[in-house]
Design a protein around this ligand. Structure first.
Ligand SMILES: Cc1cc2nc3c(=O)[nH]c(=O)nc-3n(C[C@H](O)[C@H](O)[C@H](O)COP(=O)(O)O)c2cc1C
Length: 201
């Protein structure tokens, strides 16, 4: 059975523009894949702990040597990684806050980047271990940055997903959302139209 992992991080919850675009895509995908299921991760509603030395040490301690607290840290990370591994498709809402990704999304990234689980180091560099997946990114921002060096956000997300082996990535942008009502409405309509054109089969 096919699965989609639906990850959002807008501080406005389901009302966020990135959340709404991601949800529209997930609904299209579910409609095109009868019997498929969705795993939901709202990182704003349920924030994850930020990485710390304690958490990182839990990850790198062999499972049989972990104490109770370390086991809890590793179990949470394992669960998040399993959600990714189980999924064929990832739909990721990507709001821009202060030129970066939401800190809640960074916390998720720090939980799923695990040597030996989602990537490994080799003599030739790192190799991603999550193969055969497709990611769809729904980027919402107040200004216009697509294809400029101010858009560190999408470059970072692409670099990170590629590092994990997820190389098939499509990005839909809703830009200029803080540049007046007219611009906002036309950006949202055009992003929604783009979502409807994405391959969902
Ligand atoms: C705290 C905060 C910081 C923001 N920083 C930026 C920014 O640096 N650049 C920008 O273009 N828009 C910025 N915006 C506008 C958001 O990118 C825009 O509201 C977008 O819709 C956010 O996605 P969301 O609706 O899914 O939360 C910011 C908005 C908020 C609330």
């Amino acid at each position: 059975m096919k699965k989609i992992l639906h990850v959002t991080s807008s501080i406005f919850g389901d009302g966020g523009q990135s959340s709404q675009l991601a949800e529209k895509f997930v609904n299209n995908w579910l409609a095109a894949n009868p019997g498929a299921s969705v795993i939901r991760r709202d990182l704003d509603a349920e924030p994850l702990p930020h990485i710390s030395a304690e958490i990182f040490t839990a990850f790198t301690t062999p499972p049989e040597d972990r104490d109770e607290q370390q086991r809890k840290h590793a179990d949470l990370s394992d669960q998040l990684i399993n959600e990714l591994k189980e999924s064929d498709v990832i739909a990721l809402g990507l709001p821009m806050y202060n030129f970066g990704i939401p800190s809640t999304l960074k916390a998720w990234i720090d939980q799923i980047a695990r040597a030996g689980q989602t990537f490994k180091y080799t003599e030739n560099g790192s190799v991603g271990l999550l193969e055969g997946k497709k990611a769809f990114i729904f980027a919402a921002r107040g200004g216009m940055y697509k294809n400029t060096d101010k858009d560190s956000q999408t470059a970072f997300i692409q670099t990170f997903l590629t590092f994990l082996g997820i190389t098939d990535i499509e990005i839909v942008y809703a830009e200029g959302l803080a540049m007046g009502d007219e611009k906002k409405q036309s950006a949202l309509i055009s992003a929604a139209n783009e979502v409807d054109l994405l391959a969902v089969a």
